[in-house]
Design a protein around this ligand. Structure first.
Ligand code: CO
Length: 151
């Protein structure tokens, strides 16, 4: 499977507002989307940082994947997301290549994008996500997508 590049880095944070202001102040980050996603137990923000992107994740409760991550490891890097053309095809290729997939089929990730996660044990300890940015499924995401500068 050939990834197109890094789509975003995901960070687990304890306080989303504080983290947002840090990224704005230190790196000139701009908020692209912000949403509460009860399904995934997070309040999340996607930030543009120049040509790159950072996703900040604050758990809604302790007993959520990101909440458990914070309790175990503290705030910091949570995952790396690679952009791919087609998430279903990426899952097939990754499986063929022996990777342990958390998602056996594409699912809707944050901000309406199609995603799948690869178990950190298959990537030397790093939770890895594949994301197809080409086909946002929700109108408000598509609008933001079409209006953003492309690098
Ligand atoms: Co992500």
């Amino acid at each position: 499977m050939q990834a197109r590049g890094i789509h975003h880095l995901g960070m687990a944070v304890e306080d989303l507002d504080a983290a947002l202001s840090t990224y704005e102040r230190l790196f000139g980050a701009e908020v692209e989307h912000r949403a509460t996603v009860p399904d995934q137990g997070v309040e999340a923000a996607s930030l543009r940082v120049g040509d790159g992107r950072v996703e900040l994740l604050e758990p809604l409760e302790a007993d959520t994947p990101v909440g458990r991550f914070l309790a175990k490891r503290g705030p910091g890097m949570h995952h790396v997301a690679y952009e791919v053309a087609d998430v279903a095809a990426a899952i097939a290729r990754l499986t063929e290549a022996g990777a342990d997939l958390i998602d056996e089929r594409p699912r809707e990730g944050l901000f309406g994008l199609e995603v799948a996660f690869v178990h950190p044990d298959s990537v030397h300890g790093v939770l890895s996500e594949v994301v197809s940015a080409a086909v946002p499924t929700r109108t408000w995401v598509r609008d933001a997508w079409e209006n953003q500068p492309r690098g």
